[in-house]
Design a protein around this ligand. Structure first.
Ligand code: HSE
Length: 409
């Protein structure tokens, strides 16, 4: 029998206990070992809940118990998750987590501490909720030079954009409704400003390109400025607006660079990401041999996320005393400025700016939507971010602009 401890009995922690309880028999068969939750660490008590007898309030009880071989860190946040994880690894306990903040900030260091202590640090649930994506990047796509990752990596914002698109609602109204239904946090900033997707992109890019991507260097724009009018134009273009997290590796003179950004993009029906709606996530990965593969599924939620966490518990129980190879090199990935990255843009301007826009952007065709008679939309040719921004300044500003992601497949 292998005993484990769960740090945090919130949405994911309670899901982990439920998955381990409901699927106990098959999980034990797959792990070739009986797995038992010995402790659950939480500040709160849960009187009346069968978990209460396992609740402890002092992490040291877990740390000093040699019977505990695996620690599940699902507390979220950097502190004290970082200190607890480090201490557990140094004490010879494997750790698995859904904590993308911690993995994005300290991933290579914690992997290295784990390996120095002959244990493992796994984080399948840190990206894409229940979707297997860390293991495929680390263990399956080993024959490929992966050169692009583009994903819908945040369930909350995808839910908001889907509701805005399907119901014609305003961002603020959908956010309020999502908060009431528990789909969005009371403080939604990390999700709606793109920070959550940014951290997940940094983790995936680090594994894909075998260099550490610093999330702080990734250009990030959220969805808070998207309006029902933008969505009206998207519909007229047969496109959808999605918050994409995308990175692309380019090699110049043998040196790896990476363009990475998180921002709302217009995508056409020809890309499979077009149909990813609600809280679902999807990640498109391009490899030089594979071409494209898409990983799609439940990107958030208690049980889907817990399913990924428990898959790590099983892996760690199967590999007690042995370390799993991880292709995460602590050397830093060179994140290139997106200023030089080229793409097409969709732009909304006042009708009176059209002549000047044609001078700057060339012979552009225009798109109008019935409800907005005083303005026009147009799509630029491929242009660098730098040149695009310079043109916008010369135009005296635009009503809005949204990047276009070309068809992936
Ligand atoms: N807030 C995250 C999301 C939870 O909405 O995707 C899963 O990481």
């Amino acid at each position: 029998m292998t005993k484990i401890a769960v740090l945090g009995y919130g949405t994911v922690g309670s899901g982990v206990v439920e998955v381990l309880t409901q699927n106990a028999k098959l999980i034990n068969n797959k792990a070739k070992e009986e797995i038992e939750v010995k402790y659950v660490l939480d500040l709160r008590d849960f009187p009346g809940d069968p978990i209460q007898e396992k609740i402890v309030h002092d992490f040291d009880v877990i740390l000093k118990d040699p019977e505990v071989r695996v620690v599940v860190e699902v507390m979220g946040g950097l502190h004290p998750a970082y200190e607890f994880t480090k201490a557990a690894l140094e004490e010879g306990k494997s750790v698995c987590t859904s904590n993308k903040e911690l993995v994005a900030e300290h991933g290579p260091e914690l992997i290295s501490i784990a390996h120095a202590n002959n244990v493992n640090y796994l984080f399948e649930a840190s990206c894409g909720g229940g979707i297997p994506i860390i293991r495929p990047l680390n263990s399956s796509l080993t024959a490929d030079d992966v050169d692009e990752i583009t994903g819908i990596l945040n369930g909350t914002t995808n839910y908001i954009l889907t509701e805005m698109t399907q119901k014609g609602l305003k961002y603020e109204d959908v956010l309020k409704d999502a908060q009431e239904k528990g789909y969005a946090e009371r403080n939604p900033e990390a999700d709606v400003e793109g920070h959550d997707a940014c951290r997940k992109l940094a983790i995936l890019s680090s594994l894909a390109y075998a260099r550490t991507a610093d999330y702080k260097g990734i250009y990030t724009e959220g969805i808070t400025k998207i309006t029902p009018e933008d969505i009206e134009y998207a519909k007229a273009l047969d496109m959808q607006i999605k918050l994409l997290a995308t990175s692309r590796k380019v090699v110049v003179d043998g040196v790896k660079h990476c363009y990475a950004l998180v921002a709302p993009f217009l995508i056409s029906q020809n890309t499979p990401l077009y149909s990813v709606n609600g809280v679902y996530n999807a990640i498109l990965v391009h490899g030089n041999m594979l071409g494209y593969a898409m990983f799609y599924g439940a990107g958030a939620g208690s049980l889907p996320t817990a399913s990924a966490v428990v898959s790590d518990v099983v892996d760690e129980v199967r590999h007690l005393g042995r370390t799993l190879v991880f292709n995460w090199n602590p050397a830093m990935l060179d994140l290139a400025s997106i200023e030089d990255d080229k793409r097409r843009f969709f732009v909304r301007i006042k009708e009176s700016q059209l002549d000047k826009a044609r001078e700057l952007f060339g012979e552009i065709g225009t798109i109008s939507v019935g409800s907005l008679p005083d303005e026009v939309g147009f799509i630029t040719d491929e242009i660098s971010e730098k040149d695009f921004n310079a043109n916008v300044e010369k135009l005296g500003g635009v009503i809005s602009r949204i990047r276009i992601k070309e068809d992936a497949v």
